[in-house]
Design a protein around this ligand. Sequence first.
Ligand code: FEO
Length: 394
Amino acid sequence: MEIVELKKGIYWVGAVDWNIRDFHGYSTPFGTTYNAYLILDEKNVLVDTVKAPFYLEMMGRISEIIDPSKIDVIVSNHVEMDHSGSLPQIVERIGNPIVMTSERGMKGLEKHYRKPMNFKTVKTGDTLSIGRRTLTFVEAPMLHWPDSMFTYIKEDRVLLPNDAFGQHYASSQRFEDEVGNEVMKHAAKYYANILWPLAPLILKKVDEVVKMGIPIDVIGPSHGLIWRKDPGRIIQAYVEWSQGKSKGKVIVVYDTMWGSTESMAKAILQGLIEEGAEARLLHLRSNHRSDIIDEMLEARGILFGSPTLNNGMFPTMGDFLTYLKGLRPSGKVFGLFESYGWGGGAIKEMKKTLEGEKFEVWDKELRVQYLPDSEELKKAIQFGKEFARKALDK
Ligand code: FEO
């Protein structure tokens, strides 16, 4: 196996999951990686493990570098099983190493594995001298779970922040500079679908890390590529995404039964484009929900269109809005349109969901009975133009 060294004596010993296509509801067309890191010093330290089915892959990489039984300490930055899944096996294999984790991490690991381990809990600012190096721990609750923490290696200026700054991207490369700008596309989708609801916490944590004055040469997240050329680039992107900075972009998300809502959506799109918006049309059954969320990250306005079914919205719209609610995007304006046969009800149901989350919903809406005629399509174009002006603050 190829040996990957981040800095002298610090190795990537994770696993590549080429085949995963659904990560708890998030589409992963490029797979993912589970990153674990091995630090060789007077005390040898393994930071995080990998998802359980990849235990042997991780052990193979470790064995290329040292005898695994020589690991003294395992740091568990995060309980979720994509990172702790191999912990019980490796603890058993190497015999009772110290397992360093946050207080909540210890409780979570005990509840997951019901296995006695030699835990030592740490909190923000605690350090561990391992010889030439010192590890510093920074609690990062909710990035991604309450137990999450970062590990920082002072002498090498390496930050291991677990889920923060990651991407779901499997490749033969390990570093972002080997891939180029494409990495930002994967990082944005990951942020939008996993960390978006935690935006205020991210800003606070970034500020805290900056105030600690810790220089960073390398960021080794727990998924995807390692940032070594310009780690400031991903930190800056997180700040901007967390601040809700958006572009002059509007997206139209819709489903259709007999083509009526689709005709409306296309006419609205025409109006948006004529008004100068960067606009995209996204059919709910042709685009995965996690890709639509990715499109939403840098959009200022979002239009939802649904046919009426049984006095309510179409089921695919219900699925999408349920997913969206949990992500709590801020700084967006939403507009609604529907087609109906008799009583209607799609707008009413979509509005109730969005307003229940305190999202900003435009007070104008567009409704068409059965199929839109040419006058109604002209109104739809006009509706798109007005929404573009509203969303883009013209
Ligand atoms: Fe990659 Fe929250 O686990």
